[in-house]
Ligand binder design. Structure first.
Ligand code: HEC
Ligand code: HEC
Ligand code: HEC
Ligand code: HEC
Ligand code: HEC
Ligand code: HEC
Ligand code: HEC
Length: 255
């Protein structure tokens, strides 16, 4: 696992989670996984081949996924495949399927955190999607079986932002006056796992906007001098550009 990204030190420090930094890599903690999987009493690892007969679709998808290229050995040294995330499957197989006899990560993000430790820190930041609260799952945005576990697969506006629109319809538009930045993706401005800034913004206040809107003749932005305005509040607070995702009424995205 040496290729794995180290924990985001900065993030953890900000969140006051320095304690977790002693775990500098993402070694799977066998003990905690065993506890997670012990939901199903007496189950043993049987190997992915046993799953194929009944779950052909997942098997076909999974073969092409990032996750299928990593594999951890079970007690006997065999690579785990499906059981890496679903836990030992013998009882589920013997009973011919079922719900309570196999671990489903949708119910508990701990499984994902056992490898993606840095994500746990992100989801503890003050502004976040309510995954820890049990109101949504990693699987709402990521398809763990899919060829690309990222939430999108194409570069079109809809492909990039489509996942977000499933739940956030107001930002979808179409708007008479679009904000070009939205076309570059919601994650241009939002850190969707979690952020220290309200509304999960990447950067605080006007600095968010000034990353793109600093022209040569600053403090002029566009055709108008902003020198007095920039001290009055954020670019997107009342009276200014409140329709930041797009507007049907005003080409300067004011309302
Ligand atoms: C990286 C972790 C991971 C691996 C590896 C994995 N799964 Fe899953 N699996 C999930 C998650 C997360 C869900 C929940 C998906 C949801 O609810 O949208 C899931 C759900 C399922 C379901 C329930 C139906 C569905 O599609 O939501 C089945 C069946 C399943 N997996 C079978 C398999 C099989 C068979 C394999 C191996 C070929 C496998 N899984 C490998 C994470 C994984
Ligand atoms: C004999 C057929 C059969 C085999 C073999 C089998 N499953 Fe299943 N599995 C099912 C059926 C049927 C369901 C749906 C149960 C339901 O919806 O009530 C299911 C459901 C699941 C679910 C979803 C459980 C949930 O919480 O909704 C997962 C995950 C899963 N299987 C993983 C696996 C894995 C991993 C293997 C291999 C170790 C495997 N299955 C082998 C028949 C099978
Ligand atoms: C056994 C360890 C392990 C588990 C469990 C695991 N992952 Fe991963 N995951 C990895 C590794 C290793 C990579 C590749 C990392 C890299 O390339 O930086 C990865 C990559 C990813 C990526 C990036 C995918 C891509 O195509 O670049 C996403 C998203 C992801 N995992 C989400 C999840 C989610 C959600 C879960 C829980 C359902 C999960 N992972 C469970 C180890 C794991
Ligand atoms: C609201 C949607 C959403 C949820 C919920 C979500 N993710 Fe993500 N995730 C994203 C997006 C969007 C990206 C791409 C980030 C970017 O490009 O800035 C991403 C990227 C990733 C990556 C790969 C890039 C990286 O930062 O290393 C991993 C791994 C990952 N997520 C894991 C998880 C895990 C684990 C969970 C659950 C605890 C989770 N995600 C929940 C939307 C989500
Ligand atoms: C499965 C549904 C779902 C998906 C998909 C989803 N979100 Fe969310 N989002 C939520 C929920 C639930 C909240 C929390 C709302 C609350 O606390 O009132 C939220 C909150 C937010 C907030 C903060 C809103 C506020 O008023 O503070 C932003 C910004 C956001 N999401 C952006 C995104 C982006 C960008 C994506 C795509 C990468 C995305 N969401 C995908 C359900 C979702
Ligand atoms: C140019 C930067 C930018 C982009 C791109 C962007 N947002 Fe936002 N978003 C903001 C700002 C700034 C706020 C806070 C507005 C406020 O506090 O009045 C916000 C707030 C939100 C909120 C909270 C409700 C609201 O409107 O105040 C949601 C939900 C949201 N964004 C979703 C999205 C989604 C989904 C996308 C992609 C389609 C997206 N955002 C793209 C800057 C952006
Ligand atoms: C990723 C780059 C990017 C970010 C970040 C960004 N914008 Fe934009 N914005 C653009 C582009 C590109 C255009 C279209 C070209 C132009 O008019 O400059 C635009 C256009 C606009 C317009 C319409 C132009 C006009 O004449 O009035 C307004 C208003 C605007 N942005 C406000 C904001 C605000 C407020 C923020 C911060 C919340 C922000 N932008 C963040 C790239 C960005």
């Amino acid at each position: 696992m040496s290729h794995f990204k180290p924990i985001l030190i900065q993030l953890c420090a900000v969140a006051g989670l320095l304690g977790t930094l002693t775990l500098t890599s993402t070694a799977v903690e066998a003990a905690s996984l065993q506890k997670l999987f012990s939901e199903v009493e007496g189950a043993e690892y049987v190997g992915s081949d046993m799953c194929v007969a009944c779950h052909e679709d997942q098997e076909r998808e999974f073969k092409l996924s990032t996750h299928s290229r990593i594999s951890f050995a079970d007690d006997s040294g065999e690579p785990q495949g499906c059981e890496m995330c679903h836990g030992p499957g013998s009882v589920h197989v013997e009973e011919g399927g079922g719900k309570d006899n196999i671990f489903n990560p949708r119910r508990n993000p701990e499984l994902c955190f056992s490898c993606h430790l840095d994500k746990q820190a992100e989801f503890r930041l003050p502004f976040r999607h309510p995954v820890m609260e049990g109101k949504m799952a990693c699987a709402d945005c990521h398809n763990s079986h899919g060829t690309d576990a990222q939430p999108w697969t194409s570069t079109s506006l809809d492909g990039v932002n489509g996942k977000c629109f499933q739940c956030h319809k107001e930002q979808r538009g179409p708007f008479v006056f679009e904000h070009e930045a939205v076309g570059e993706g919601c994650t241009t401005c939002h850190k969707v796992h979690g952020s220290i800034h309200d509304k999960m913004l990447k950067v605080r206040d006007n600095n968010l906007c000034l990353r793109c809107h600093t022209q040569m003749n600053f403090p002029s932005i566009g055709d108008s001098n902003h020198s007095g305005r920039l001290t009055r509040g954020t670019c997107f607070s009342g009276g200014c550009h409140t329709a930041i995702h797009g507007s049907n009424f005003d080409d300067h995205l004011r309302y």
